[in-house]
Design a binder for this molecule. Structure first.
Ligand code: C2O
Length: 566
């Protein structure tokens, strides 16, 4: 049977306060313990409860998504992450993976990463810093489960999610994700945006498939089982889940609401719009406020991307407004094929007009640093390339400039500087590129010229060699980069971001900032232009595509690109 839409109310996730209040009202560092629990979650009225892995302060309070952690700018949040997961995963995982073998028998390897967070790499959730239940087994970069998030970054939207090598995909599908915000009342309250729990909400979206008995379904048979039993590139579910409920509804009043929308899917893009002609007004993108609000009729949100939008229901012509998506899966899909529009959720709008004290000011955060390409000290060319060995159907290998994840680090930026990254996408897929620690601005994106020739050269398989190992320079890169058609970067994506959708056969020019976005933190740390901690300590930081590929070592795509250390 089919699940009926709009029968469950959109829940709010529990809130964990990431700071303490001392006697006298001073704010002090927050101490939290967040566990990963094996528990049950009800995704829909008519679906039996689903076994999930969920974050929570306790097993009884664990939810999918996990609790929203609210941190205060400038006040550290310390989280001790604990793993209470059983030896067996609830989803199929590939035993040929190194991580799986290491954790085997002792539990499910997990490690939490705060996405968008500016923190020391020992607290960054390195994919090899995983640990199993009771720390029975730990990854080579594990040092401590007690993480410190300094929150010395501009206010905005982050999220935390599992990040374990080879298991990120299944751990997130099982439920290990949640929202995190850094708030700064001093600069945010004067904006007058909709505020308070009723009018300022997280909207965490993802897709899942379910069995009749409520179990999460993930196809365990590969596209080509003769080659690999489990290998298949992406996960798409037919059910759209918002804040842990399938196609929920929310009763709203005739006024403005703020939605901090996160696409927490493994691979599904959402192209969101509202029925009845209602618009979005974007106030933030990923973790940072925009300088000015940007109105749109709809927008595309890649896995791990965030949009912070205001919707004014005062203009609703009907009492029902649907939030819907018409992005094909996989994205961008076949150009000729029209995507089905899918419902995400429904708003039930009150009929009574009312006074709305909130506003959207004409400027939001005008004093944030502006991107300045002249600051760049280095230009890097980063070519994403997928290689499948000639004459086989084996799983795809992913390379950055011909190097695999396990190869030595090639991007070694200096703290306190900015760099230009020309990110060249030679694959057929749109790759939401995510950079840890840094933020970037997308300066432009252009089509590559004679991309087939470029790819053929990169493949370098004519010699029957390893393949995919030629670098972009050897392949006469400049000929392919020059003079291609320009693609517009949508206005709401021109601020400081940490994820950008790099289209197939294009080059995106990013100004990447390896220093705090706020100059004043330099003084706070006593270092000039630096982060408020030692970025050289620990295992370093990664950048990667945020589409989680299924199975096979070391091809978890969300980790497969090269990594950098500062
Ligand atoms: Cu959303 Cu490496 O993370």
């Amino acid at each position: 049977g089919r699940l009926e839409k709009f029968v469950d109310e959109l829940p709010d996730m529990p809130v964990l306060r990431g700071y303490g209040v001392a006697e006298g009202g001073n704010l002090v560092a927050g101490e939290l313990t967040v566990g990963m629990h094996d528990t049950m979650w009800k995704f829909h009225r008519d679906l039996p409860a689903t076994r999930v892995f969920a974050y929570g302060a306790s097993k009884e309070t664990a939810t999918v998504p996990g609790p929203t952690i609210v941190a205060m700018k400038g006040v550290p949040t310390r989280v001790t992450w604990t793993n209470h997961l059983p030896p067996r995963h609830i989803l199929p995982w590939d035993r040929s993976l190194a991580t799986a073998r290491l954790g085997n028998g002792t539990g499910v390897p997990t490690v939490a990463h705060l996405h968008g967070g500016v923190q020391q790499s020992t607290s960054d959730g390195h994919s090899m810093a995983w640990f199993t239940s009771g720390f029975a087994a730990t990854g080579p970069h594990f040092s401590s489960p007690a993480y410190e998030y300094p929150n010395q970054q501009l206010p905005g939207n982050l999220w935390y999610h599992d990040h374990a090598m080879g298991l990120t995909r299944v751990n997130i599908l099982a439920g290990l994700l949640g929202a995190y915000r850094v708030v700064d009342p001093a600069t945010e309250a004067p904006l007058g945006l909709p505020s308070g729990a009723e009018f300022d909400r997280d909207l965490v979206l993802f897709d899942r498939d379910f069995m009749r008995d409520g179990a999460l379904f993930m196809n365990a048979t590969g596209n080509n089982p003769d080659v690999h039993p489990q290998w298949q590139p992406e996960y798409f579910g037919a059910v759209v889940v918002a804040n842990g409920k399938a196609w929920p509804f929310l009763r709203v009043r005739r006024r403005r609401y703020r939605f901090r929308i996160l696409n927490a899917s493994n691979a599904r893009f959402f192209r969101l719009s509202l029925s009845g002609g209602l618009r979005f007004v974007h106030v933030g993108s990923d973790s940072v406020y925009l300088a000015r609000p940007v109105p749109t009729e709809g927008f595309l949100l890649a896995p791990s991307e965030m949009a912070d939008v205001i919707v004014d229901f005062a203009g609703a012509k009907h009492d029902a407004v649907t939030l819907r998506s018409d992005a094909p899966a996989p994205y961008p899909g076949d150009p000729g094929e029209k995507a089905d529009t899918v419902a995400v959720m429904k708003f039930v709008v009150a009929s009574k007009p009312e006074h709305d004290p909130s506003t959207v000011p004409a400027t939001l955060m005008p004093r944030y640093p502006k991107p300045d390409a002249r600051e760049a000290v280095v230009t890097r060319h980063i070519a994403m390339y997928e290689y499948t060995k000639n004459g086989t159907d084996e799983p795809t290998h992913l390379y950055l400039n011909g190097a695999a994840y396990t190869d030595p680090v090639t991007e070694t930026p200096r703290e306190g500087t900015s760099e230009l990254w020309e990110v060249i996408n030679l694959t057929d897929d749109n790759h939401p590129l995510h950079v840890h620690l840094a933020v970037f601005t997308v300066l432009k994106q252009r089509s590559l010229r004679r991309v087939d020739e470029f790819r053929d050269c990169m493949r370098g398989s004519a010699s029957g060699g390893a393949g995919g190992r030629n670098d972009a320079v050897a392949c006469g890169m400049q000929r392919h980069l020059a003079g291609g058609r320009r693609h517009v970067v949508p206005r709401q994506e021109r601020g400081w971001k940490n994820v950008f959708k790099v289209r197939p056969s294009t080059v995106a020019t990013l100004l990447v900032r390896f220093k705090p976005l706020e100059e004043s933190s330099a003084t706070a740390s006593g270092k000039s232009g630096g982060f408020p901690f030692d970025v050289t300590a620990g295992p370093g930081y990664v950048y990667h595509c945020h589409v989680s590929i299924k199975q096979r070592k070391p091809l978890l795509k969300s980790q497969a690109w090269s990594s950098f250390t500062c």
